[in-house]
Design a binder for this molecule. Structure first.
Ligand SMILES: Nc1ncnc2c1ncn2[C@@H]1O[C@H](COP(=O)(O)OP(=O)(O)OP(=O)(O)O)[C@@H](O)[C@H]1O
Length: 280
């Protein structure tokens, strides 16, 4: 790849004044190991970014930095106009799918309500009426009215995940951070959850950072891909990053990206997102 082409894959398309997320020279290391280094990224309002990479490449850690739960080793991170810090009300967060312990008597509406309390607690939130109105609107936004009052443990994975999206949206975030929200969902529910996230960013200009092992369910929605591998990264449109040349360079080995109908099949990475299931 030429220097000009390489620059095109790392230069951000937006100005700092409009960026919903802004990383400059961001580096994260644990002990002697650097997960990513010198990461520059501006995410525009309404932009949908997929964060890809093999196990342990630092995808979740990137979200934890933006949530203020992990400090950078070097560089800066701003989210929704503020330096990354815990309790940023501009952020909605959809965590990885977790099973709800049997016997926990939490209903869907209680889970969604935690999204209000988590950010607003102690900030003068105006009364229970407004809280209830916000929860109701968020439940309606994900089409969960018919099951939102049932105990969570009785709901399907897809239903629970829709409520987690509602919890993330209830605070009216300008940035949505999603950590593998499609994991263990069937195809219909993957599509449903992905479309809810897409609808939010289109209707409210919410920027989305979407960590995933599997790009295909969200491929039509994605504006750019941030691909992390072993301390290195590439940023660009799916057509720029998801190519045999770019991924071979990133992995340091021969990787093939095939288009089969409207799906991308990646072969040769040796990790579990590989079409050959890590047998390369
Ligand atoms: N606080 C920490 N202290 C030390 N090491 C950490 C810490 N947090 C994460 N790590 C290590 O950093 C690496 C990246 O973890 P991370 O969860 O960000 O990866 P990931 O790309 O999300 O992986 P996966 O796809 O498996 O979820 C892992 O090896 C992990 O053990």
């Amino acid at each position: 790849m030429s220097t000009t082409e390489e620059a095109a894959l790392t230069v951000a398309p937006t100005t700092s004044a409009t960026a919903a997320i802004r990383l400059r020279g961001a580096t994260l290391s644990f002990g002697g190991r650097t997960l990513w280094r010198d990461l520059d990224l501006d995410v525009a309002p309404g932009e949908f970014i997929a964060v890809l990479g093999p196990n342990g490449s630092g995808k979740t850690s990137l979200l934890r930095v933006l949530l203020g739960k992990l400090g950078l080793t070097a560089g800066t991170a701003e989210v929704a106009g503020k330096q990354a810090d815990v309790g940023n009300p501009g952020i909605g967060y959809v965590p990885q799918q977790k099973t709800i312990d049997a016997g926990v008597q939490l209903r869907g509406v209680d889970l969604v309500g935690l999204g209000v309390d988590g950010h607003r607690w102690g900030l003068g939130w105006r009364g229970r009426g407004e809280r209830a109105r916000k929860v109701e609107a968020a439940v309606a936004a994900v089409g969960a009215q018919s099951f939102a009052h049932a105990p969570l443990e009785t709901l399907s994975g897809g239903e629970q995940q829709r409520l987690r999206v509602a919890q993330a949206l209830v605070g009216d975030p300008s940035v949505l951070l999603c950590d593998e929200p499609l994991l263990s969902l069937d195809l219909a529910n993957q599509r449903l959850v992905a479309e809810l996230v897409d609808k939010r960013r289109r209707e409210h200009d919410t920027a989305v950072l979407f960590v995933t092992h599997e790009i295909n369910p969200i491929l039509p929605l994605v504006d750019r891909v941030l691909y992390l591998v072993d301390g290195e990264f590439r940023i660009g449109t799916p057509d720029e990053v998801m190519t045999s040349a770019t991924l071979s360079e990133l992995y340091g080995t021969e990787v093939e990206v095939l288009r089969v109908r409207d799906r991308l099949v990646v072969v040769g990475t040796g990790d579990d997102m590989d079409a050959l299931g890590g047998t390369a």
